[in-house]
Design a protein around this ligand. Structure first.
Ligand SMILES: *[C@@H]1O[C@H](CO)[C@@H](O)[C@H](O)[C@H]1NC(C)=O
Ligand SMILES: *[C@@H]1O[C@H](CO)[C@@H](O)[C@H](O)[C@H]1NC(C)=O
Ligand SMILES: *[C@@H]1O[C@H](CO)[C@@H](O)[C@H](O)[C@H]1NC(C)=O
Length: 441
């Protein structure tokens, strides 16, 4: 029994139709704006998420910013972190760790094989960083390292996409139980792995800061409160050990921005008499507020906290979003075939810059137990135009032949798919941290 198949199929179609409405409304806007309307209509969760009360485990206080002593050969490998940004996708015969039928928590629209996608070539690639090797994901290792911890994914549908990939891979080693669920479309969920007492949560928070998402009943744009953290996830900060933040695409939607209680600008809000300020600086502010709030609330405490910011994952629309073949490629780009540029590059840059700024802030405050790092996936994601659901966001889109219009998702990733690599790199970071910790004990 799949956890996600509780809604009837008809309900899913209805909710999908609602979600796609803005496409129709904005069908005259350029594709650059249109493509951002994937999963645009969110529904505010009706009730508060409650965590089971649990005392925090105290992680040995570690100063993660000092280099480990360069004594043993083994430790020295931790000194030069691999740059996962540069590399290439190379053919890989082994293929994915899991298939869509086994893990029970793949969002329908991303379960490409079960929706009839037949070409399987996209499953047989692995990322080869120029400077190091990226090992295949080892679920047992991940589970051991996370023993007695609470891992939280916070962000938009890309956060969920990455979380579901991780759960599918972990489920091959240990079975998680869904212990909590709330919000429309399963926006807040928690699993528990009884074998190792690991909790894994997902919190819907597309801006990380406080925001009101556009809705049928409310305003026709998002409202962002850039100086306020979104308490829907931040209220649980004290009970998290590891946080993965993933956001970006929602910042491109029309929005009005507030700071200090008043409007200071907007993005694409014709008729509202606010100053257009774009969204780059807004993303910057949202991340600053988020990371600084984490530092303030957790930095001074004895327990450790690790924070990962997954960088922007580019979309791959090649034409109109609702034409057949909107993201038709079936192979990765070769090295040099596609440069990281424009908005994709800018979004990543801002995220990296804010992580670096937050690191400095934490160091200045001598908050050694707090580790912040970017999970720099933008480049490797950019090179995978073949990994999106495309028309297979719907089941069997070509059952009645190729239609003139077919909706495409060229933003999210098929599961299994390239996004599994995000979690391979994630695991390498955790392993590296563990190595640093041990070398300091
Ligand atoms: C998925 O994996 C399960 C278990 O390994 C296997 O029994 C099943 O045949 C696989 N399904 C597909 C479609 O490959
Ligand atoms: C289980 O993990 C939680 C953190 O998620 C921790 O607070 C709790 O103490 C752990 N329980 C045991 C028995 O170690
Ligand atoms: C738009 O805002 C400006 C500055 O706040 C104000 O002077 C002007 O009257 C406003 N125009 C309308 C039509 O509300």
């Amino acid at each position: 029994m799949k956890m996600g198949s509780i809604n009837s199929f008809k309900d899913q179609l209805l909710s999908l139709a609602k979600k796609l409405l803005p496409y129709v409304i904005y069908s005259l806007l350029p594709i650059a704006l249109l493509r951002l309307y994937f999963n645009p209509l969110a529904f505010l969760p009706s009730a508060e998420t409650e965590l089971p009360h649990s005392s925090l485990i105290t992680v040995a206080s570690y100063s993660s910013y000092s280099s480990p002593p360069p004594s043993a050969e083994k430790e020295r490998t931790f000194e030069t972190p691999c740059d996962y940004f540069s590399g290439k996708w190379i053919p890989d015969k082994i293929g994915p760790l899991y298939n869509g039928t086994t893990c029970g928590t793949i969002k329908e629209g991303q379960n490409c094989i079960s929706h009839g996608r037949l070409d399987m070539g996209y499953l047989y690639w692995r990322w080869k960083p120029s400077e190091c090797n990226l090992p295949r994901f080892e679920p047992e290792t991940f589970i051991q390292l996370l023993q007695n911890k609470h891992l939280a994914f916070v962000g938009d549908s890309m956060a969920r996409n990455q979380l579901e990939s991780l759960l599918c891979m972990l489920a091959t080693a240990s079975t998680p139980n869904l212990i909590y669920r709330n919000g429309e479309d399963n926006k807040f969920r928690r699993w528990h792995f009884p074998s190792h007492n690991i909790s894994v949560s997902v919190y819907w928070s597309p801006f990380l800061v406080e925001g009101i998402e556009k809705s049928n009943t409310g305003p026709n744009h998002n409202e962002l409160y850039l100086d306020q953290i979104d308490e829907k996830w931040a209220k649980d900060l004290d009970r998290m050990d590891l946080i993965v933040l993933s956001t970006g695409h929602w910042f491109l939607h029309p929005a009005v921005y507030f700071e200090g209680g008043s409007v200071f600008g907007c993005h694409y809000c014709p008729g509202l008499n606010h100053t257009e300020i774009g969204f780059y600086d807004v993303l910057r502010k949202a991340l600053r507020t988020t990371l600084n709030s984490i530092i303030e609330r957790r930095g001074g405490k004895g327990s450790g906290l690790d924070v990962i910011v997954t960088t922007f994952s580019p979309a791959h629309f090649e034409g109109e979003w609702d034409k057949a073949g909107a993201c038709p490629k079936t192979k990765p780009y070769r090295n040099g075939e596609k440069e990281l540029e424009g908005m994709d590059a800018e979004m990543r840059e801002i995220e990296i810059e804010q992580v670096e700024a937050a690191k400095k802030n934490a160091i200045a405050k001598r908050f050694g137990g707090l580790r912040l790092e970017a999970l720099d996936v933008t480049k490797l994601a950019l090179l995978r135009p073949d990994g999106h659901p495309g028309p297979y966001m719907h089941p069997f889109p070509f059952a009645n032949g190729v239609q003139e219009r077919v909706q495409n998702d060229c933003v999210h990733w098929c599961l299994p798919g390239p996004i599994d690599t995000w979690n391979e790199i994630f695991l390498e970071k955790i392993k590296k941290w563990k190595g640093q910790l041990m070398s300091e004990e």
